[in-house]
Design a protein around this ligand. Structure first.
Ligand code: ADP
Ligand code: MG
Length: 556
């Protein structure tokens, strides 16, 4: 088509502030995060300058100070960082912000999805979400620099005048809007500093007192940290919670930057496993409590922190799910978790077994959901077994205080679990291949199936326990995975309607004067020669409590 006219799109700057105020960020409170981030950057930059030898002043006390004045309705943030010359103020505060805004409006005008707004050099302008007037007092670190004062009342006009700062750095003074008075309350400001800036690398003080914790444990080298360091950090992040089972320190620079510490909590019923609990950071700045898109679904119950500059932070959730880097980060996390589990298996098997009830859920769920993870952990997948039949009774007894005085009792449940042996599927099949090749007997309910378990045990047959809440699904998964292995539940097909009476080849009745041992032997001699066998117990006969149930053998 014929071009009728060509030109530059012009921007009405007076339209920009309302857009920024309305759409820049979903939450007004993040202005504080933005201004403190700028202060951290300013100190960081001065450190970098110093490394080149261009600055030889004192760097030993980096600090960011927040001052609240209820009378004047001001909130001020001061740093002793790099500062700005008048030219830099014009360039970075006036110019760049406007040109960034230009880009912003060009791209997103009309959109009301706050999440889309990235880092367009607009952070500073978020102060206008809460302030009616913003002033900058700044002095550059450069020799001979003069202090500058910049002021703006949220209109498109600014004033630059001679400033009053005597030492290098910048002070941003916000005169808050009437309806934003909450940011004059020390407890509110403290709360925000803790939420967003707790792990920023320089001290942030309010009324002379440091508010942030400052130390980001995940940035430290794992070899310099003790178990107590990790546990203390966990208690700090999740107060009043049970100790975690183990943790993984993530630490990579290539092909993406990911730092973090992930903890496995005990999976108690009150732990919500459907909601992510990991805190997401970007350069030690808190971003979100929710990074469900970044970690694999089966690791959702994990806790801790992930810090990455490679996760696009202000984009929509559906975009994140499809982002290649995000998917690779998720894979990386799964792999590191698998590695850590294997390490524990190798180096502290008793601890591994002790935690298996919880860890097993992750491992099984992960195996079902992620093929790569499955391959990684299949050799460390264990099942409780009857193999060492006497483990329960042989477990050391413990002295327990009761109302009747001290008594000796069976070991505590937890210790019992550890005392009971576990096995991998591979070892089970290998151990039993003479007796029943490619065949696994398992129980899903230890007390309800006690009779059957006893029956198998007394015949020297090994039974695995698949009795955790995830095992119903997991057994079907195993059946698909090991298509040549037959998994038989010890009490399979108890339901009478499932039993084909015609196929009831043997009935062992307790009234025929055989001892229980003889009955059992008889059953198993037949059972082991059949491809599939169902054993059914009849209701107890009337000849006394101790009479064994009649057992019906059904073979196909
Ligand atoms: P961004 O941080 O993404 O660059 P901002 O709008 O937050 O965007 O800040 C714009 C620029 O203003 C910064 O890049 C920096 O050059 C300058 N600036 C802002 N705050 C400070 C400060 N406290 N000290 C020195 N320079 C600052
Ligand atoms: Mg910024």
């Amino acid at each position: 088509a014929t071009i009728l006219e060509q030109g530059n799109i012009s921007i009405h700057t007076e339209n920009i502030f309302p857009i920024i105020k309305k759409w820049l960020y979903s939450d007004h409170e993040i202005f504080l995060r933005e201004l403190i981030s700028n202060a951290v950057d300013a100190i960081q930059k001065l450190n970098m300058v110093a490394r080149t030898g261009e600055f030889s002043g004192d760097l030993s006390e980096p600090k960011i100070e927040i001052t609240l004045d209820k009378e004047q309705k001001t909130l001020a943030i001061a740093d002793n960082g790099i500062g700005m010359t008048a030219d830099e103020v014009k360039k970075y505060i006036n110019q760049v912000a406007f040109s960034s805004a230009e880009e912003f409006v060009e791209k997103y005008k009309g959109s009301n999805d706050q999440q889309i707004i990235g880092h367009f050099g607009l952070g500073f302008y978020s102060s206008f979400m809460v302030a009616q007037h913003v002033e900058i007092e700044t002095l550059s670190y450069q020799e001979g620099a003069t202090p500058v004062n910049w002021a703006c009342d949220g209109s498109t006009e600014f004033k630059i005048a001679e400033g009053s700062r005597a030492s290098h750095g910048t002070t941003i003074i916000l005169t808050l809007q009437e309806e934003e008075a909450e940011y004059l309350e020390p407890f509110r400001v403290k709360e925000l500093v803790r939420k967003y800036c707790d792990f920023m690398p320089f001290p942030i003080a309010l009324d002379g007192e440091q508010v942030n914790r400052q130390k980001a444990l995940w940035k430290e080298s794992p070899s310099s940290l003790s178990s107590e360091d990790y546990l203390e950090f966990y208690r700090y992040l999740y107060p009043f919670q049970e100790e975690p089972l183990l943790w993984v320190h993530l630490n990579t620079d290539y092909p993406f930057v990911v730092n973090g510490i992930l903890y496995f909590p005990k999976l108690r019923p009150d732990v919500d496993v459907t909601k992510g609990q990991i805190k997401l950071f970007c350069n030690q700045v808190f971003v979100s409590d929710n990074c469900e898109e970044i970690i694999p679904r089966f690791l959702l119950p994990l806790r801790g922190v992930i810090d990455s500059t490679d996760i696009p932070l202000n984009v929509s959730r559906s975009f994140l799910q499809n982002d290649r880097t995000v998917r690779r980060i998720a894979d990386y996390i799964a792999k590191k978790v698998g590695d850590r589990l294997k390490e524990l298996y190798r180096e502290d098997y008793p601890a591994y077994v002790q935690s298996w009830q919880d860890l097993g859920t992750f491992v099984k769920f992960g195996s079902m959901n992620d093929d790569k993870f499955k391959k990684q952990v299949e050799d460390i997948l264990i099942f409780r077994t009857t193999h060492v039949a006497d483990a329960t009774t042989d477990a050391p007894k413990v002295q327990v205080e009761t109302a009747e005085g001290d008594v000796w009792q069976d070991n505590t449940q937890e210790n019992n679990a550890a005392a009971l042996p576990y096995t991998t599927l591979k070892d089970y099949l290998e151990r039993n291949k003479e007796k029943h090749e490619n065949r696994v007997f398992y129980a899903t309910d230890e007390s309800a199936q006690a009779t059957y378990i006893e029956l198998f045990k007394s015949q020297g047959l090994e039974v695995l326990f698949m009795d955790s809440f995830i095992d119903t699904h997991f057994v079907s998964f195993l059946e698909r995975e090991y298509s040549d292995v037959n998994f038989s539940r010890v009490d399979a097909d108890l339901d009478d309607t499932l039993i084909d009476k015609e196929k009831e080849s043997e009935i062992v009745d307790p009234s025929n004067n055989k001892t229980r041992g003889e009955q059992i032997k008889e059953i198993f001699e037949v059972a082991l020669s059949k491809p599939k066998v169902t054993i059914r117990t009849e209701a107890l006969k009337s000849d006394g409590e101790n009479a064994p149930p009649a057992m019906v053998l059904v073979s196909e």
